[in-house]
Design a protein. Sequence first.
Lengths: 344, 254, 302
Amino acid sequence: MTLLRVENLRKSYGAVMALDDVSLDVEEGEFFALLGPSGCGKTTLMRAVAGFETPDAGRIALAGGDLQGVPPWRRPVNMMFQSYALFPHLDVAANIGFGLRQQGKPRDEIAQRVAALLELIQLPEHGARRISALSGGQRQRVALARALAPGPRLLLLDEPLGALDKKLREETQFQLKDIQRRTKTGFVIVTHDQDEALALADRIAVMRAGRIEQIGSPTEIYERPATRFVAGFVGDTNMIDGCIENGGFAAPFGRIALGICALPDGATASLSLRPERIHLGAEGLSGVVEDFTFRGETTLARIDVGAGHMLRASLPPGARVARGEAVRLVVAADAGVLFAKPAP
Amino acid sequence: MSLRLMLLAGFLFLYGPIAILVTMSFNASRLVTVWGGFSTKWYAALWSNEAMLNAAQVSFSAAALSAALATLLGLLAAVALARFGAFVSRALFFGAVHAPLVLPEVVLGLGLLSLFVALGAPRGFVTLVIAHTTFTMCFTTVALLAALRGCDPALEEAAMDLGAPPVQAFALVALPQIAPALISAFLLAFTLSLDDLVIASFATGPGATTLPMRIYSQVRLGVTPEVNAISTLLLAAVAVALALSALVTRRARE
Amino acid sequence: MTRRGLSLGKKLVLAAPYVWIVAFLLAPMLFILKISLSHSVLARPPYAPTFSLEDGLASLWGKAQTLSLDAWRALLDDPLYLEAYGSSLAIAAVATALTLLIAYPFALAMARAPQRLRPLLIGFAVAPFWTSFLIRVYAWTLLLKDEGLINHALMALHVIAAPLPMFATTGAVVVGIIYSYLPFMLLPLYAALEGQDPTLREAAADLGASPREVFFRVTLPLSRDGVVAGCLLVFIPAVGEFVIPDLLGGSGVLMIGRALWNDFFANHDWPAASAMAMALLAALMIPLLYYERSRQKSEAQR
């Protein structure tokens, strides 16, 4: 069942088009991500769904019901703010129970639900604590619990892991997914961090300049990017310009075999090749190692393949290269994604 | 080292005259230059001075009323200026609200009196309260505006998101945060009203003479020790108000 | 986004302070203007014409024609008034400059004090402001009079033989202004100095500047906004001061605030007082506009 349906949403601020004919669906119980660079409109979209922005045109429907004209305090949608926005004058339990009090629930019911949520976020003894006494990670969990307490159908999360350090971020990613599965609430996270989106979401919408570039599962987005932008934004890639020749890709520095080629011979195109799909081998494109960075689980090497082109290759652990070493690069036939180059 | 000296000199300059005033109020001798022994007789004399007592009552009640009004109006004005974004005539409103801060008091007083006269309004306690509310409103607005600006609007949005309509969201979330500022603003308006001479002289009428007006007319006749006594009492009242204000803000900061 | 204007709820919130300001701040200014164009009569109110609808609309026009610039002309004709304006501006300017000179090191000392002491220091420095203006000025009479404390102390120490005439002089008025308005100068200065990034001074020193040079080339220029704000906050109200020249200055010290008061309360000459008030505002217009602009600038920077 479609939980959230956004149809042809438009919103502009003066001359700036924040949302340009945006449409998407979020399914019941799904973990959805809005991914894009800053200014792409993802935050505007989220705030429009929450009710803090009024779109100029288009429709937002939740579980079939049109949300137009419904103010934020009456929408069954809750938001987890980027800054957490916890109420400093209330303790943890009062914060979490805020929405329930607004709903007019009886006191013991509120206390029960708050206790259950404190268990869920693994802070069972913290109900009476003041917000100022909590660490960043703890505040994030309280903010999540507070947004979940009223039992919304849809939860919007604004850069939920942005303020956390790397170790904490990974831990919290698992916890977040776990909580989403358990509460069976639809989660929509808004983020510019593609690692976050790839790790958490069931489906991702990549946005740029107010438009949706692609919607798909993390694997689809990563391995079969629909546009040049998506290929470059999600994950690292080598974008090579060239043309089609005899059913293969003719780059300025050599020939790369393609699997099925949808473009005719002579057409100009760009090939997106991810660093981890380029291997060192006995034969193939020739190049010289320019430089490399040791990353722990991989080594990223920059290889000069001639004609002024550098390719970045991600080498497996244990691979040893030296600066100036001559190497040969092997690329599988279906490793790259081809994009037609528009006529100038 | 010299910085510390400057601090000392500065505080000496600021508190010297006040200290002398307070000391003199306990001086049995009328003369400033002769110490006649410790005495509270001037305070006793005050107690039987009906005119002074009446004036004190007028001053304190006018101060309380005008401060309450000024704080309320200041809160509304601050909310409008901090949260409503741009609106027609916002710049004019902002400027007008800040005007009493820099305008000479004689001009303000004259203007208010002209208004009252033109409207045929009898001058007295009511016009006094109106006048004091008007000029202290500028100070309360500035104080509350600063406090509101320090208040994250995301918090009110979160409250709205969780089901509270805008007015409730403000009352439940923003008000508790600016509560110390509200109290400080009230106390500020209170002391400003209590101390005011010029505007009160213009705006008040017979039967509603304020304490500063009484003190002033006495001072013009010459230095009397009773004035020292009442001045010290007034200073003490304001010191208490200040201490309260500081306590409230310190408590809130924790 | 279209400018939709304020919703009804917001309009209600804005209404109370807005109406109050228009009624009790802006309207009075218009009244002063109108009275300055009237002439003095022995009646209640002591000026004519008075506009009312009782005599019908037609009479309004007739009355309007009796408005004149007589009061303004009297202002310009009488050299006393011009002198009063001149001396007010001069006294206020001198007092402002001296207040700055005294307040700056004081503010600097407080801004450089240890962090935990600062709120305490600034609190104590500003506390006198909360106490009665009148009383503080009055306290100076105890000090400055011929039979006052300062003269008494100096004579007792045999520094002088006869009392120095300090009371009822321009100097006394200047001291009074400095004393009363010091907190107005202190606060913006302190705010500006306290907010300065200490690493800037360290960088300057690292690049070879002596402490003196650091002050004149880094600290002072950076505090410009605070200096300007403080000067305006002292100068503008000081020009129209009444209490200080009345209590501490003698009949020899002419200040416009006092002249206004006398014209109003002693001579019952409302049109003259009103004209003076308008002229005072006109004289302050330039610094007032400057203040407004610098305030708007700091607003925009938020």
